[in-house]
Design a protein around this ligand. Sequence first.
Ligand SMILES: Nc1ncnc2c1ncn2[C@@H]1O[C@H](COP(=O)(O)OP(=O)(O)O)[C@@H](O)[C@H]1O
Ligand SMILES: O=P(O)(O)OC[C@H]1O[C@](O)(COP(=O)(O)O)[C@@H](O)[C@@H]1O
Ligand SMILES: [Mg+2]
Length: 345
Amino acid sequence: MRIGVLCSGGDSPGMNAAIRGAVLRGVEVHGFEMVGFMDGWRGFHEGDFVELDRLAVRGISPLGGVMLGTSRVPPFPDGKATPEALRAVAARMAELGIDAFMLIGGNGTQTVAELLTRAGIRAIGLPKTIDNDLAGTDYTFGFDTAVSIAAEAIDRLRTTGESHRRCMVLEVMGRDAGWIALNAGIAGGAQVTLIPEFPESIEQICDWVLSVRDRGRSSLVVVAEGFAFDGADQVVVREGLDGFGRPRLGGIAEVLAPLIEQRTGIEARATVLGHVQRGGSPTAFDRVLATRTGIAGANAAQEGAWGTLAGLRGDRIEMVPLSEIAGELKTVPADRYEEVRLTFG
Ligand SMILES: Nc1ncnc2c1ncn2[C@@H]1O[C@H](COP(=O)(O)OP(=O)(O)O)[C@@H](O)[C@H]1O
Ligand SMILES: O=P(O)(O)OC[C@H]1O[C@](O)(COP(=O)(O)O)[C@@H](O)[C@@H]1O
Ligand SMILES: [Mg+2]
């Protein structure tokens, strides 16, 4: 069997370790041939790929980014999974001698994996994304690294913020899910954490900041890029669209910090952490998780368990049917937000 490995969506620390795990098990143990498409679906469309063997994946687990590149190039023309578009994918696979896909990606990518599966194309998913918003897995690899980087940023902002008696606002990624903000906020002891799932009013946020000042401290506010004020009908976006035609999120910290300053009289500064939280070496946790999902994905291919995702359930990797999770966004539930909200201010 010849398996095509492909990465799509934003890069996420651990992708290299996942490829290595899949190749060491798939090629060395199960005797598959494996190839890696360059830059996601671009490589598939253009026939741009590399052979993946033991040598190709040597020493890559500690490396950030991904050796194959990744992109948001759509698998189908116009991005639509029409019957013709799905037939075209199957025909291209036959031309390239590919029997199955291993798709490394988040919720968008795994939606594609499910669409392919429904069309009879063999696909297995490996769950990457710093956002941790993919259903069917407790954690996605890359998330732990992003949270660690964001927590370190909080620690650093806190010392300068306290020294100047300023309110420091840190914006983190996460798209429509608040997982990075929530966990980094807990780890760094943020006084306020604002996430997309639970809008808050500017009055409430300023009350928290003032109560922190009244205790003689300076506030550290973490805000997820997808957060919107209570009653606002849209999130803050930057100019331009991503490769899939969606607005680029980001900029809420630069809106929030001046509002806090105007309303409380406390000097405020905004920091947008941006792609730093996706860059560099994965944590040991992410390397282990990624390697285990890669191994499980190769085993699933050997067993013919197509249409499944290598999800972490407790401490076990389980192959979860993509049909159970496709299109579902894993967001922060109310009880997880409430337990931290009680400590705000
Ligand atoms: N419903 C869909 N139909 C067709 N293609 C999709 C769909 N959802 C996502 N994609 C493709 O998969 C890519 C990866 O999805 P994206 O949301 O960007 O990243 P991730 O997989 O990390 O969540 C998109 O850029 C797009 O090309
Ligand atoms: O690389 P870009 O286009 O700036 O993407 C930024 C987005 O990618 C992410 O880092 C990861 O999202 P995906 O895994 O869904 O691609 C989001 O947190 C963020 O909104
Ligand atoms: Mg995603």
